[in-house]
Design a protein around this ligand. Structure first.
Ligand SMILES: [Zn+2]
Length: 294
């Protein structure tokens, strides 16, 4: 059964037409003068993406795809359609999210920060409909609260990517983790390949990758530091992705822990404020827990 997202109506959603100071604005930090793939998508890029999506999907008779095409066809800045894979809405949502993440990182200049990727599950081609980003987010929040990351501030995005080699969708979260050391982050690992932890070193670049709505895939395995090229998804997989995602709004792909949205801003939760003020640093806690175990 398809769960329909209600059509956005005025007032505009919290992420639409954001007024963002230049130091937090991806459109300024990754300007149109950069090469495609390095710049933040421009309005011209958005138009080109919409045209490509329409061309790829136009002959599909699947209801959810027809609905998606209608929505993105009627989408504009005044009344955004709110489809996560609408190039225009995705651009606005990413711009708002990244500005909030940049602000969050700046608020904690001395805290430990890491960029973390967590596996949330695999789905064979044709079964993506059983994936639920909200349920996956809820399970991840539980996992964090039961780990040594309990006191961390975590924000980022949930993403699904197609892997041609094993013909599976991989649901995963890309996260900015603030306030705990990598050793504490390791405590949520469930197995090899389940978790990736990177140093936080390039805020605009790394945070812009945390939340994406890609309609491409990388069939060639990455061998060096440079990502392998992005190819358009096979049409059947694109239809599967759009049919699935048309049930959701972009907010369902935003992951927050220890932080919540208040109007157009992300704010730390009260629990988090109280805890971070009272709790010792992560390494001290770790040492103490390790001693208990020994
Ligand atoms: Zn839209």
């Amino acid at each position: 059964m398809t769960r329909r997202r209600p059509r956005q109506s005025s007032p505009s959603p919290y992420w639409a037409n954001p007024s963002i100071p230049g130091q937090f604005d991806l459109a300024v930090l990754k300007p149109a003068t950069l090469a495609s793939g390095q710049r933040f998508e421009t309005l011209k890029d958005v138009r080109a993406r919409r045209k490509r999506l329409r061309a790829a999907l136009t002959t599909s008779s699947i209801k959810a795809v027809r609905y998606f095409l209608e929505e993105i066809g009627a989408c504009d800045d005044v009344e955004p359609c709110g489809q996560p894979y609408c190039p225009s809405c995705a651009r606005q949502f990413r711009r708002w999210t990244c500005a909030q993440l940049l602000k969050l990182a700046e608020k904690h200049p001395r805290a430990n920060k890491s960029i973390v990727t967590v596996n949330l599950g695999h789905f064979s081609g044709g079964t993506l409909r059983s994936a639920d980003p909200a349920k996956a987010a809820s399970a991840l929040r539980k996992r964090l609260s039961r780990s040594w990351m309990d006191g961390a501030t975590v924000a980022g995005g949930i993403e699904v990517a197609w892997h041609q080699a094993d013909r599976k969708w991989r649901l995963h979260a890309h996260l900015l983790v603030i306030g705990v050391e990598p050793e504490a982050i390791e405590s949520i690992r469930r197995g090899e390949g389940d978790l990736e932890i990177d140093e936080f070193r390039d805020p605009a670049k790394q945070l812009s990758y945390l939340l994406k709505f890609l309609t491409g895939h990388r069939p060639i395995e990455q061998t060096g530091p440079k990502k392998s090229p992005l190819f358009p998804l096979p049409r059947q997989r694109l239809i599967e992705l759009i049919s699935w995602a048309s049930k959701f709004g972009p907010s369902e792909f935003l992951f927050l822990y220890g932080v919540r949205r208040s109007g157009r801003n992300l704010v730390l939760t009260r629990r988090q404020n109280a805890r971070s003020a009272a709790r010792p640093t992560a390494p001290a806690r770790l040492r103490r827990r390790k001693r208990k175990v020994l």
